[in-house]
Design a protein around this ligand. Structure first.
Ligand SMILES: Nc1ncnc2c1ncn2[C@@H]1O[C@H](COP(=O)(O)OP(=O)(O)OP(=O)(O)O)[C@@H](O)[C@H]1O
Ligand SMILES: [Mg+2]
Length: 503
């Protein structure tokens, strides 16, 4: 191919990008053009190659020989030179923040600190710059010296994004966002997009990787679809329906949403007068076999409920009972003994053990079933793990794979398998389907319905209310730290839910 075939004014024009990992072709001759001034979504099932594509652009992975790239008409060879890299900005799926550092240092990390005449760091300038960029997200009140780990998941995402938006050397460039919004509630996605639109209006191109298809239609001009490492289509979003996009991503594998079976009479979880920081008088019960959704805008208290129930956060007053027994919610470990299983929202911080294989990540929470006389029974463990790998649809279905080398959505499936395997009385889920593609999502929902049908009570906290009406028996809505509404029967539909959350 000659460079004459490149699109000269494209912000990014990538040709023939392939990547092989251990003999498997993860990207297969991908051609992608991002126009200057456009938001270009890239979608695809878990493991279809989206993050690998982003990592090739960032220089983290080298593509196979034959790949070519132009940025605003300039041709770059792989590995990409520093100059080429400077015109691209990245926010990766795992955000790339350093936990032990504070906000200021995390922002300074990728853009360097300005130094004064004598080579000393100009802290005042660095501080002002960090504060200015955070102000765009209403986060300038944060203490710049606070460790990143003290921020909420969505605040961390915003710091990573703010960092990505800092330091554009020229007015043009390409911003690559890899599922940056996965941990963000809708309201914050709007704030993010406003800032992204500012750089777009100055001529930048944006590559926007997401699983949230509503975002694709709301924000993106065009969308490209990856399937098994191949780029199967690039379309304008105006010319597509959601169903057509899903079909391009997964073929016609998406099953019908089925309603859950009726819940039983017996109460599995009773939560009375739970009060404390950010929450007051939380009062609700969940019956055996019932799936109860917890919805609400950011700051409503919705994001605190799961941690409060399983004792992962500050102490709350009130009483909790599991199947009629009082429990203490003093720590996640204690809550597991009390019959809870928990899927936390921050899978990298509190969820997976990155360097351990899938097998151990699934079984580590409870080895009792597979232990006999103190020894692990290898074959029993293998068989069980393989069943779970099938059940959650892990790709690749390899129990010995280090979890960190799985795609983000597949890491999430490992966490779900671990929690479901405990066969808990109460399953508490905090943003359980973040990063999971539409096809896998319906399989996960089916698994939750089956789990409920066996008698488990499920509390599902999520910022994504779309699927709640089909999945849940009831949805409680929070505002100002307390429960303000409960949707059942005819009011349990998407419209009423959105109105109730927003009012
Ligand atoms: N370092 C690695 N070593 C081996 N295989 C890898 C590595 N990184 C990714 N893979 C494999 O490459 C494939 C594509 O992964 P990638 O992370 O690009 O998927 P993705 O489209 O971003 O998925 P998700 O939506 O789940 O984030 C997967 O099968 C993954 O397991
Ligand atoms: Mg990914």
């Amino acid at each position: 191919m000659t460079s004459a075939e490149f699109t000269p004014d494209a912000a990014l024009d990538l040709r023939h990008a392939s990547k092989v990992f251990g003999g498997a072709k993860v990207l297969d001759d991908v051609n992608l053009q991002i126009h200057s001034g456009e938001i270009h979504a890239v979608v695809g099932q878990n493991g279809s190659g989206k993050s690998t594509l982003a990592k090739i652009l960032s220089g983290f992975h080298q593509p196979e020989p034959g790949a070519e790239m132009q940025l605003f008409g300039h041709k770059y060879e792989f590995p990409i030179s520093d100059e080429g890299r400077e015109s691209m900005h990245f926010v990766h799926q795992d955000l790339g923040l350093v936990d032990s550092l504070n906000i200021l240092d995390n922002i300074g990390l990728s853009h360097g600190y300005r130094t004064g005449r004598f080579g000393n760091v100009d802290w005042k300038h660095s501080r002002r710059r960090a504060r200015d960029v955070l102000a765009g997200f209403d986060l300038d009140h944060l203490d710049m010296d606070a460790p990143i780990s003290s921020l909420t998941a969505s605040q961390q995402a915003i710091v990573a994004i703010a960092r990505g938006l800092l330091g554009w050397k020229s007015e043009t460039g390409t911003l690559v966002l890899d599922e940056t919004t996965a941990a963000l509630p809708h309201e914050e996605v709007e704030v993010l997009i406003k800032s992204v639109r500012k750089v777009v209006s100055r001529g930048a191109g944006v590559l926007y990787i997401t699983h949230r298809l509503d975002e694709v239609f709301a924000f993106a001009d065009r969308v490209s679809v990856l399937r098994d490492g191949r780029l199967v289509a690039t379309r304008t979003t105006d010319s597509l329906t959601r169903e057509e996009l899903v079909a391009l991503m997964v073929g016609d594998q998406v099953g019908e949403m089925r309603k859950p079976l009726p819940a039983r009479e017996e109460i599995a979880l009773s939560c009375r007068d739970l009060s404390g920081e950010g929450l007051r008088d939380i009062d609700f019960v969940v019956r055996k076999g019932e799936i109860v959704g917890v919805a609400g805008m950011l700051g409503s208290g919705r994001e605190l409920i799961a941690d409060a129930i399983v004792g992962a956060s500050r102490r709350y007053s009130g009483t909790l009972e599991v199947e009629g027994r009082p429990v203490r919610a003093s720590s996640p470990r204690q809550s597991m003994k009390d019959g809870f299983a928990f899927v936390p929202r921050d899978r990298l911080l509190r969820g997976i053990v990155p360097k351990l294989p899938v097998r151990e990540n699934i079984t580590l929470a409870n080895l009792d079933d597979i232990k006999k006389n103190g020894h692990l029974r290898g074959k029993v463990e293998d068989a069980e793990v393989n069943d779970w790998i099938q059940a959650v649809g892990l790709r690749p279905p390899d129990p010995e794979r280090q979890v960190i080398s799985l795609s983000g959505g597949n890491q999430q499936k490992v966490l779900l398998a671990r929690a479901l395997r405990l066969r808990p009385a109460v399953l508490v889920l905090d943003e359980p389907t973040q990063g999971i593609d539409v096809g896998a999502k319906s399989a996960i929902y089916e698994l939750l319905r089956e789990t409920a049908a066996r008698g488990t009570a499920i509390v599902l906290c999520t910022a994504e209310p779309e699927d709640m009406p089909d999945l849940c028996h009831r949805v409680i809505v929070m505002r100002g730290g307390t429960i303000v509404d409960e949707l059942t029967e005819s009011r349990l539909n998407r419209n009423d839910l959105i109105i109730s959350c927003a009012s």
